[in-house]
Design a protein around this ligand. Sequence first.
Ligand SMILES: Cc1cc2nc3c(=O)[nH]c(=O)nc-3n(C[C@H](O)[C@H](O)[C@H](O)COP(=O)(O)OP(=O)(O)OC[C@H]3O[C@@H](n4cnc5c(N)ncnc54)[C@H](O)[C@@H]3O)c2cc1C
Length: 431
Amino acid sequence: MAEDVFDAIIVGAGVAGSSAAYRLAKAGLQVVLIERGPFPGSKNLSGGVLYGRVLHDLIPNFWESAPVERVITNQVVSFLTADSSVNLDFKTETFNQPPYNGFTVLRARFDRWLAEQAEAAGAMLVPGIKVDGVVKRDGKVVGISADNEEMLAKVVIAADGANSFIAQQAGLRDKIPTGHAAVGVKEVIGLPREVIEERFHLNGNEGTAYNIVGFATRGVPGGGFLYTNQESLSVGLVIHLEAMVERQLKPAEIFEDFLVHPMIAPLIKGGKLLEYGAHLVPEGGLKMMPPLAADGLLLVGDAAGFGVNNGFVVRGMDLAIGSAVAAAETIIEAQAADDFSAARLQSYPSRLEKSFVMQDMRTYARAVDFMKNERLFEAYPALLSNILADIYRQEAQPKKNLVPTLLKNLKASKISLLDLLKDALAGGRAL
Ligand SMILES: Cc1cc2nc3c(=O)[nH]c(=O)nc-3n(C[C@H](O)[C@H](O)[C@H](O)COP(=O)(O)OP(=O)(O)OC[C@H]3O[C@@H](n4cnc5c(N)ncnc54)[C@H](O)[C@@H]3O)c2cc1C
């Protein structure tokens, strides 16, 4: 008897998997979307600003039915020392108009909604099944195995996140080396809507995103975030793994210090812990990008290593959706040609090269190394803070103009002029 063969099996119903399933089902392909959690989103942790233009292209005006939390109208970059903060605060009404720039989302609700859209388009969602590996015949991926059973398909999409067991098992990549990984820790802290709106000066559905560098991570390369949801805050850190281990620090202790920092503590005061989680974040960028296509297999989203973390923003969801759409469109063409060979599927990386996904990965390729510069996390926040303290501190002593104040603090900071110039140049090219 002939075995059932689906057009596509997608492993993982995160934003990448459900977007690919939606696009393929809309094109009339028979798609199975398998998720190990009891429901899509149940295992997902993300800081939660979705830069939504790419999703708007896939599902026009998605915000009208999706469980988005707040429209991000206010972006703040904060530099922390142990006892001070310097904020660059940007607010614009232009981000508060359709199609909007970004929304906060809570993944448990958002991923569920996105998977429902894929289901409504015709995809078959199978939650509660952990895929154990790929099935290979004659060197080609022809399906997946789970619970000692096999399910066959013309093509498999690995959308199983940062650790992608599927990509490892198919021989496309290894575990993320610690030098290319960060650990993300996050809490969702409940607060009444009115308190959030008053505390963050928000009108209605407006929202704020803080991107925080410096003492947030006790000087370890990485950064913090604090995002406003409707009735909660998403607060967390992304900490470079290798540097943290070298300093013999643990994520939980760095996070505890962050939460009691004088800038953070008043923002979360009175809040109730609703959720806590930790997750691996791929940080190698282009350097650790595996082959994206093999015979019968494509990698999308975090499984492929798409992510940008440059101090101003953390992005992964929009790149995951963009890569998923490119993978789906490649498969639609492969289906028409009835050819799922590696050679045919190579049009996926070529497609990505033309899209914002790979172009942004290239634009921010240098950010990966730049963001490991330890001066960013201790010396520069301290320098900024000391300069501003000198400007604002009024004593019964004669004041100095800006240039001597800058030079005095630069000298005291032990940052050489050459380092300053080199870092300014490197930052300008990396960010
Ligand atoms: C702390 C933190 C903060 C972040 N903040 C932001 C942000 O503000 N904005 C942003 O855009 N990005 C952010 N990111 C990155 C973003 O979360 C990821 O880039 C994005 O979730 C990638 O989507 P994905 O669908 O590829 O993978 P995931 O969201 O990880 O989804 C993978 C799915 O596969 C499932 N799965 C895994 N293995 C199996 C298996 N064997 N069988 C079946 N199912 C499986 C999982 O349960 C999961 O549902 C953040 C990440 C972290 C950790």
